[in-house]
Design a protein around this ligand. Structure first.
Ligand SMILES: [Zn+2]
Length: 128
């Protein structure tokens, strides 16, 4: 049987790992199109408030130090993601196998049926 302390450490690890996985994915592809800077800003503000609360509780002897560590484990990667979103917001993922719109020549995702740039419907040509 896992203790509540062990489960809390597992949660810290999983939360931090999920944020670091996002950092790695952005670092690898420079793709931030689908990420919201606002979402990460709110996450960061929330984690900072919780870190302040954890520090306050720890100083007054009301909680353990690991709750401060938990917040820092999330604050660091969330801050990095926020800066990555700002840094890479103009870049686009490029894949050599992606098709291009026959009308406006912009790069499309493989499963897109119509062009989001010019509204050209790729399947129109296949209609009888
Ligand atoms: Zn197009």
């Amino acid at each position: 049987m896992l203790s509540i302390q062990t489960i809390a450490w597992m949660a810290i690890g999983l939360l931090a790992l999920s944020h670091w996985m996002q950092v790695y994915k952005i670092w690898k592809h420079h793709e931030v199109r689908d990420l919201s800077a606002g979402t990460y800003a709110f996450l960061l503000i929330g984690y900072l408030i919780l870190a302040f609360k954890a520090t306050s509780d720890y100083l007054f002897g009301a909680s353990e130090w690991f709750w401060i560590a938990r917040q820092c484990a999330s604050i660091i990667p969330v801050t990095i993601v926020l800066f990555q979103i700002i840094k890479y917001k103009r870049e686009r993922w490029h894949d050599d196998s992606d098709p291009f719109c026959k009308n406006c020549k912009n790069e499309l995702e493989p499963d897109w049926k119509y062009c989001p740039f010019c509204s050209y419907w790729a399947e129109e040509e296949e209609l009888p």
